[in-house]
Design a protein. Sequence first.
Length: 672
Amino acid sequence: MEGGADLSLLRTPDGRRRFEWIGDKLFQRASLDPEKEWQLSLVKDSVTPGHKEYNEKAARAKLMSKDTDKQNWGKDVPADQLAHSNDDMECYTCHTSWTTSCGGCHLPIEANWKTERHHYEGGESRNFATYNPQVARDQIFMLGRRGPAKGGKIAPTRSTSALVLSSTNSNREKIYIQQPPIASSGFSSQAMNPHFPHTVRKTETKTCEDCHVSKSDDNNAIMAQLLMHGTNYINFVGYNAWLGGDGEISAVQVTEWDEPQAVIGSYLHKYAYPDWYQQHLDNLMALQNAHQHSAGVANCLQLRGEYLYVAEGEDGMQVYDVASIANKGISQRIITAPFSALGHDAHIDSKNATCVALPSNQPIRPSQNEGDLMRIDNQEQPFHPIYNYAVIIDAEEGLILVDIDTFMDGEPRNNFIERALTWNEGNVLRGARHVTIGGHYLYITTDAGVAIIDMDNPLEPKTVFVVAMEDARATALQFRYLFVTDADGLKVIDVTNVNAPKLLPNNTIAINNAYKMHLARTYAYVAAGDEGVVIVDITQPAAMQEYQRFNAGGALEDSRDVIVATTNASLMGYVADGKGGLKVLQLTSPESQPKFYGFSPEPKPQLIAQYKTGKAALSLSRPLERDRGVDETGGQISVFGRRGSRPLNKEEMQRLYLGKDGKPWTVENQPK
């Protein structure tokens, strides 16, 4: 593929040249319409001052130097110093108007349903599967690298096959539901790939602030999206919301099973299933179906695949088998082991396990990503070793690592786990209560504040820095900023340089009882006790603005945790409301927010459903991350669908916003 194709050799069906020079102008002819041809724009004309086709913005983009301090541009910049060299970047990277991204499709398989195969081999099958796109978006712009066969250039990428699979057997038992498969390389099957979107334009193009930090610092979420870190906006909750309580865990059914899979009580539910919607209203918006299991104090839990990881305080950390959560043929849907504990031990004893987190909640299997088949034949990148582990935070013992690859190997007889590491050097993690994982860094709230721990070598942790704060409670990370709740409310730490983090002054959203939070693009949703959910505009993280305090007229009475996810075209919120149980909010809909399809529409929260739990609801499992292909330090998570293609690595990411001195440099869309 080196050198490209000689376009002068192409012919139309009637034998004329597809591309032809006529004088100093280049024309292209249509293949299907012999009467149609058009003049092509030439780069040399657009960058030549005085030419009638000269475009200052185009010239600036094409002739910009790599010098991020001067940001000088022009024809005097040597070819090897061009920031956007044709040798390293596809031209349509900037000239793309928009790109489609598939945020998720559901394939439910029905057994004993005779159907004709639609693939090339033909024939019949005893299984019937429908293909149900659920979240298709056109405002997601991300960058990666093409494979070596295409020159390894930087190009737009997209989510292309974010599947979840379900299967119903001949007895109408749902033997598994909404499971994301794992790629043969061990990466998540929330697949990404470099993509030519066929939306090349001269006007609605990408601008400087689409790929670099803006001077006004108002594109933090856009940068997180660009680099494939994910924005937690199109995340997936699905059939059940998983709830941790003071003495129990619960799986609460929040959607219908039929497609389109509507959240019960939502705008879609009203119009797709009007009879069921009316029944829901008649039930005073109470959800009807849930399954529980006794537990310790479940302050933190995380679903991944068919297993639920739960931090249970003095009861340690337990991994529950939840594969049969929707199987009517199983009496106990949530179990600690599918057989005797002698053949299965998924429990870790600890003194006071306060939180558990996984480097990715997408199902992965790092042990598959090894050997020459992966490195040479498939040209796959290796996993960072942190992806082998679950991270447990204990208020007394500190940090505990547990290798959990055994749960991904398809072999049920070896599901035994044990500590790989227990660490609390210098008692730096005293009182640890919450952890956020960002690449190979851990951000842990402790009695002293927020401790940043480097896990580049997972079995040899290093304390990087401790940011002093009073009663730090929970954290959430978006690109260069760490959001923290503490005794005062919501604050922000600049972690652009993790070795020298800075707590931003005069930037606090006062909240009486701020607990956990969820960041979704340009809004933070903070669980705020009897104040309900405080919604904060974080478009400019260094200058947050309160958007709304929502407690649904007092219905949100003890909010402890909140998550946000997209179902079909609408944004939903789920609140662990303490003694109030689970509350479901519709944040956007065509009815409440006509601009619901933008990058980050203003939320218009409405309470649409609720479930009264037996014990106080304290936590929610983070939803499946459907647009996260790589972590903040360059560790690949999602499989790429082109051989040798990949996300940007850490160095390549940082070149987009950090100078040689390690400090951010900024841009403006208008030429200087």
